[in-house]
Ligand binder design. Structure first.
Ligand SMILES: NC(=O)c1ccc[n+]([C@@H]2O[C@H](COP(=O)([O-])OP(=O)(O)OC[C@H]3O[C@@H](n4cnc5c(N)ncnc54)[C@H](O)[C@@H]3O)[C@@H](O)[C@H]2O)c1
Length: 237
């Protein structure tokens, strides 16, 4: 999903800093964005590591300028029911989603406040409302929505908007790599069936739609400026 958002940002003329703990994925995204004629640089590393994020932010500022937009999408899934979720898995999921969102906001928001404008989009999920075995993921996404609202209130006076997207199922890494434990669900949501967008497969969200909601159209800018701390929901389970 992050790559689709980057593609859309580059198409809109943004220079993009790409972050991912997976160095190969980071490099592949940067290569693709440059081939599309965009300006991009890669920052492979752990977004739960404050020093790494702060160092990368300094590099971006030197190479381009202080960023005035931030989209947070890092994620990991360790699905388990209440009685089975381990401390380690719960912490990993909370850290990857929620703490990385907090760190990025803390590190990138000050320059936006100084500039007097900025746009932050965080990523929740419809799973924040509760799913089977979604204890850690749902908690992390619910936390992101709450964090987004408070950050939006705090940053609005400085011209910085903070909003959240909450997609339904998108046929990307997180969905494709999650084992389906609910009978019938694998067949219902098989991404190979998504191309026709009819019948059962129409529940999948399309990547360009998600990227479009994250980035918004320029024509939509006035409306977006008025949105503060809202969740835009895309698709359904
Ligand atoms: N795919 C879906 O159905 C769906 C639905 C709703 C919300 N989302 C959310 O959208 C976002 C992107 O999901 P996706 O489907 O593209 O999954 P994905 O697995 O392809 O993307 C998540 C990325 O986060 C990276 N990552 C994990 N831990 C990291 C860390 N500590 N530091 C830096 N990078 C790290 C992974 O390497 C991966 O590239 C996630 O926040 C996810 O929860 C996905």
């Amino acid at each position: 999903m992050g790559r689709a958002v980057c593609r859309r940002l580059v198409a809109d003329g943004w220079a993009v800093g790409v972050f991912d703990i997976d160095a190969d994925a980071t490099a592949a995204t940067v290569t693709e964005l440059c081939e599309l004629g965009g300006q991009a640089s890669g920052y492979p590393g752990d977004l739960t590591d404050r020093e790494f994020v702060a160092g990368a932010a300094r590099d971006i500022t030197e190479q381009f300028e202080a960023p005035t937009a931030l989209v947070t999408l890092a994620g990991a899934v360790r699905n388990a029911v209440l009685s089975k979720i381990t401390d380690e898995d719960f912490s990993l999921v909370l850290d990857t989603h929620l703490r990385s969102t907090l760190l990025c906001l803390q590190i990138f928001a000050p320059a936006m406040k100084k500039a007097g404008h900025g746009k932050v989009v965080t990523t929740s999920s419809v799973a924040a409302r509760g799913t089977v075995a979604g204890i850690s993921y749902g908690a992390a996404k619910g936390g992101i929505e709450a964090l987004t609202r408070s950050a939006a209130i705090e940053l609005a006076p400085f011209g910085v908007t903070v909003n959240c997207v909450a997609p339904g199922v998108v046929a990307t890494g997180m969905f494709l790599n999650t084992p389906r434990r609910v009978p019938g669900r694998a067949a219902r949501l098989d991404p190979d069936e998504a191309s026709g967008r009819t019948g059962r497969d129409r529940r999948l969200c399309e990547l360009p739609d998600v990227a479009g909601i994250v980035v918004r159209d320029r024509a939509d800018a006035d409306r977006v400026r008025r949105l503060v701390g809202r969740s835009a929901q895309i698709g359904f389970y």
